[in-house]
Ligand binder design. Sequence first.
Ligand code: GLA
Length: 799
Amino acid sequence: MSLLNSCPVSRPGVSTMYRFSIFTLLLALGFSPDAIGAPATPPAHRFEIGQADFILDGQRLQIRCGEMHFARVPREYWAHRLRAIKAMGLNTVCAYLFWNYHEWEEGKFDWQNQRDAAEFCRLAQQEGLWVILRPGPYACAEWEMGGLPWWLLKQPGDDFLRTRDPRFMEPACRWLSEVGRVLGPLQITRGGPIIMVQVENEYGYFGQDADYMRAMRQAVLDAGFTVPLFACNPTSEVVRSSLPGLFSVANFGSAPEAGFKALAEVQHGPPMCGEFYPGWFDTWGSPHRRGDTPAVLRDLDYMLKVNGSFSLYMAHGGTTFGLWGGCDRPFRPDTSSYDYDAPISEAGWVGEKFAQFRAVIKPYLLPGETLPEPPDPMPVIAIPAFTLTQSAPVLANLPTAAIDDVSPHPIETYGISRGLIAYRTTVPAGPAGTLQVNRVRDLAWVFLDGQPVGAMDIRVRGTTVTLPARAKPVTLEVLVYTIARVNFGIEVHDRKGLHGPVRFRPEGGTPFALENWQIRAIDFGADATLPKLTWRDGPATGPAFWRGTFEVAAPGDTFLDVAKWGTGIVWVNGHCLGRYWNIGPTQTMYLPAPWLKRGVNEIVILDLNGPEQPSIAGVKVPVLDHLRPEMNPEPLPRHNRGKLQLSGLAPSFEGRFAPGIAPQEIHFAKTETARQFCLESIDAFDGREYAAVAELSLFDADGKTMNQSAWTIAYADSEEMAKGECSADNAINGQAADFWHTEWSAVKPPHPHRLIIDLGASVRVSGFRYTPRQGAADAGGRIKNFRVYLGEQLVSPSK
Ligand code: GLA
């Protein structure tokens, strides 16, 4: 597939500067601006990327940028947050556009209200901030499917997203040209605040098809963007993934020297960090994460000192309202709070951390540049506890209309985007036995004639339920609750629902497929609009919606305390606040004042498991750090419970990794079939007893990177969880900025350390890619000598 037909109107190789002088020349020759598509009014400002500096109106500009997602902040508060960003000492705001947020239905674009990106840019300009735009098509950002629209998954296949496959390229180019239509006029070249536009997002983590990136760049150019374009990649991928002629920035949370060094290897130009992490995101069921602020401030000062530019990811995280939260792979859904331990908190509060950032930045202001005071915080209120007195069971409120299918298929096949999907069929009379489904995403509750008989939880690979003996044929209903589509890696091909066949194995009998299903869905769609429900007074058991009302004298921001509820979704006055899950770490939900009314307000809560008590209150302080693993229906397996089965086994490979942070590929002499992969550390480069791994990926028989969606960590001898979230899951979640690290605070177990991945099935393995812990040169745990074991069962299942 050649480059030229990957997007309809390709015009390769017209550089920004070259394009600019053409305009000036044609204008001089008396052509009207419109005739040649030149900016009507001469641009008030001019921005370029120089040999060593960013240049604004001929002057050096050090970009001090902060990321904020307008989709994660109530529109009424955009200006407030932008003012805080300015007051922190930043001169630019960086914003993703999430494709699926603006095109949840194919061909229907929405830029209204909360989606009004143009208004957000105009407000930024009014607050004296430049804008860096990141339109995707892929974003990541702990956002549903990384920003890609679910309807792409109506097409079959697990490897066409983010490639030059027309099934992806055509809609992606259509999206980018739509972005050009809406935001093109807000470029600095046309009097607006947009100074740079990013092409794709960290593509180096995903693939190495340079023509794909060229096609994406061309699509952004064809969409009418004339400002400088750039690409971002983590430090570990900059050298391998940079595209000649496309400016590169490096993403990192530490070791800025290494990041800037990598950039210098691929280009002349001002060093810039595209994502500098002052904190990190949280996932349900894992400890709350905070940044190492002293180290972050040291690195920030270093970047400023060496004339480096940066973008804080996140300056203000906000909240992932609605159902827009993403999911870390293999299945660690992101919390609704996106506080991110950012200098500006979820509710827009500025505190000590903010002041520290402002203090570090202040000495680097340009002569005459001053900082405004940060805006006052929004008023906060408490709402006394009240009870939700009405309920509507989910099964009783399913639509009557059903889709028929011989065997269950993922929801996208039926044009269902997300929500609650009930798969119903009949099980004949007969002995007890095991119901076995091929795959369920994400959580499912199983009923026989309306009575609960079990549940399936993807986190424990739960795909079986025992069914009792039946004297007569019974109705089987599998109610699936979709949580979030994975936002990273090839696993973004994350189809939800029940993946058939579904089989029943009677005790002592022959398994048979259950057929002829009716599928009913409550599709929450783009904005999680509440379906029409039949309410009744009194409580419900099992999956149900609950409703209540409460009075508010004077609206103010508040945090709903959802700790007494199980897992589900909350709506206030029709606004979908987001998901909650009592396993934590987040136990409150940010409820912004603009969504409250003076007088009577209505709340609706969907709870799949049912509340301890159907009451709720509004509190003045958020709870972001309260894990409750005991709330899991069944305890999740601890990684170090199983019994190792390595003795007497010959390693499939023995070797020594190279020092440093660069990813390393190991290719085995011969491909082996295995269900489990074990990496064993013999020692580490720093001579200490720790082992750490940022990322592990495996190669299949053709040397291609394997899809990890069926993987789980089967065993890790040690994980530091007290002084950091260094779980072994970090080694397979795709993010090199976090990592698995063995214990160092309470105890220091010695090498050998073992990490065992269960691949979900026996597969051919020809090698692996190891990304060492990133960060400072003296960071601990970088493995030196190692062994690899492959086998069907390298550890007995943990109890
Ligand atoms: C990456 C992505 C961002 C975000 C951060 C983690 O670097 O580019 O979108 O996912 O990681 O928060």
